[in-house]
Design a binder for this molecule. Structure first.
Ligand SMILES: Cc1ncc(COP(=O)(O)O)c(C=O)c1O
Length: 381
C-alpha cells in the first residue's frame, strides 16, 4: 500500500510538554506593557505581581483564605520549598507513579533523610489512594507528566485528615479540576497549561499549611529562597507579590497576558474543555488503531494534558528505536516538535494537549502519526 503523506498539516506543530505552546493569539507585541527596567518593588512591579496572584486565584477558584505566592525556581522550587519547610513534623508518605513523583521521593528520603513510607506504581499505573494514610503528610503529583497518568479526583483524601497534602500540580493546573479543600499545598509553573514563560513557581497554601509553617521549625538549615517565615510568623508580603528575590517582569507580563486569554476562552471551564477536546482526539484515534495505545492502563486516569502513547504492533523490532524514529520523522516533516517520550519513561510518544493547543492541530496530526508509523514499519525491512 502506498504511504502518501497527508495533505494537511497542523498550523502549529508545537506539542512539547513544557515549555508548552504559547496561547494561540500570542505575539511579542502583547508584552509591550511589561514593567521592564523597573524595580519589582516599585508600585508598578508590585501591582503586576499582585495581579498575577489574584487573577490566578480568580480563574482557578482558589479560596480567599488560601495564600498564593510567586516563588523562585519554577515548579521544582515551589515543591522543594514546601517539602523543606513543612516536612518532618509528622510521619510522611511519598506517593509516586512516574519520574517527577520519584524525584520528590528521592528528595525526601535521600536529601532530607526522612523515614517516609514510599508508595510507588509503575509507568501507566497509579497508586491506590484509598491505601494512603492521610494522617501522615502526603506528597504526590496530580498529573504524572511523564506517564500521562493523573489522579481522577480527590475523593480518597479525607476532609478531616491530620496530615498535610502537598501536591505538585504543574501539568494539571488550568486543565483539571483541583479540589482545593483536599489540597494543603499546591504548586505549578507558568510554562505548562498556560504556555507562559518558565521562571517562577506558584505556591498555594491552605490555612492548615500556614498553621504548620507558623508552629514548626524544621531541624535542617533553610536557604534564603525557601524561607517563608520570620520570627515564627508567615512573611505575608511573599503572598502579596513581594517576592523573595528578583522575578522576571517579562515573564510576569506574559503570564498576565495568558490569564487574560484564559478569560476569553471561558475561564477554567473553557480551559478544561479545550484540553479534554484535544486529548479526546488522540484517545479516539487510539481506539480505532490496533498499533498504538494509551500508556495509562485505567481510562479514568488518562491525562488530558500529557498524553503518553505506546506502540503495540508485533512487527516492531526495537521499541525504543522505533518510537524515536517516528518522533524524528514527524519533527523532520515539521508537523510535530518534541513529542518523544520523556527520557526515563517507557518508549513511545508524548503529545501535549493542554489548553493552548488547538484541537484542529491535534486532528491534523493524527494522519501524520499513521503515516510515520507505516513509514517506519516499512523502513525496518
Ligand atoms: C509533574 C512535574 N513536576 C515538576 C516538573 C518540573 O517543573 P519545573 O521545570 O517547572 O521546575 C515538571 C516538568 O515538566 C512536571 O511535569
Amino acid at each position: 500500500m502506498a504511504n502518501n503523506a497527508p495533505a494537511s498539516r497542523p498550523a502549529n506543530p508545537r506539542f512539547s510538554s513544557g515549555p508548552c505552546a504559547k496561547i494561540p493569539t500570542f505575539e511579542l507585541s502583547k508584552l509591550s506593557d511589561a514593567a521592564l527596567g523597573r524595580s519589582h518593588r516599585a508600585a508598578i512591579g508590585k501591582e503586576k505581581l499582585k495581579a498575577a496572584i489574584e487573577e490566578t486565584r480568580d480563574i482557578l477558584g482558589i479560596p480567599a483564605d488560601y495564600k498564593i505566592g510567586i516563588v523562585p525556581a519554577s515548579d521544582t522550587g515551589a515543591v522543594e520549598m514546601a517539602m523543606w519547610s513543612l516536612l518532618g513534623a509528622r510521619k510522611a508518605t511519598m506517593v509516586a507513579w512516574e519520574s517527577f513523583g520519584s524525584g520528590w521521593v528521592s528528595d525526601v528520603v535521600k536529601q532530607l533523610k526522612i523515614d517516609a513510607e514510599v508508595k510507588e506504581a509503575g509507568y501507566g499505573e497509579i497508586v491506590d489512594f484509598t491505601t494512603v494514610d492521610f494522617n501522615t503528610d502526603v506528597v504526590f503529583t496530580w498529573n504524572g507528566t511523564t506517564s500521562g497518568v493523573r489522579l481522577p479526583n480527590g475523593d480518597a483524601i479525607p476532609a478531616d485528615r491530620e496530615g498535610l497534602t502537598i501536591c505538585d500540580a504543574t501539568s494539571a493546573a488550568f486543565a483539571q479540576d483541583l479540589p482545593w479543600d483536599k489540597l494543603d499545598v499546591t504548586t505549578f509553573s507558568w510554562q505548562k497549561v498556560m504556555g507562559g514563560e518558565a521562571a517562577h513557581g506558584m505556591l498555594i497554601l491552605s490555612p492548615r499549611a500556614v498553621e504548620r509553617l507558623e508552629s514548626y521549625t524544621p531541624a535542617w538549615p533553610m536557604p534564603k529562597i525557601f524561607r517563608m517565615t520570620k520570627g515564627g510568623k508567615l512573611i505575608d508580603g511573599i503572598f502579596k507579590g513581594e517576592t523573595i528575590n528578583t522575578p522576571s517582569m517579562l515573564a510576569v507580563e506574559d503570564y498576565l497576558v495568558a490569564l487574560d486569554w484564559a478569560r476569553e476562552v471561558g475561564g477554567l471551564t473553557g480551559l478544561m474543555a479545550r484540553a479534554d477536546a484535544n486529548a479526546k482526539v488522540i484517545w479516539d484515534f487510539c481506539e480505532q488503531k490496533d498499533w498504538i495505545a494509551n500508556l495509562a492502563v485505567d481510562p479514568a486516569t488518562r491525562s488530558n494534558t500529557s498524553v503518553c502513547l505506546k506502540f503495540t504492533d508485533d512487527r516492531i523490532q526495537d521499541g525504543a528505536a522505533f518510537a524515536k524514529a517516528v518522533a524524528k520523522r514527524l519533527e523532520a516533516e515539521g508537523v510535530a516538535l518534541d513529542i518523544g517520550a520523556y527520557r526515563d519513561a517507557p518508549a513511545g510518544l508524548r503529545i501535549w494537549c493542554g489548553a493552548t493547543v488547538q484541537t484542529a492541530d491535534v486532528e491534523a496530526l493524527m494522519p501524520w502519526l499513521e503515516y510515520a508509523f507505516e513509514a517506519e514499519i516499512a523502513a525496518q525491512g
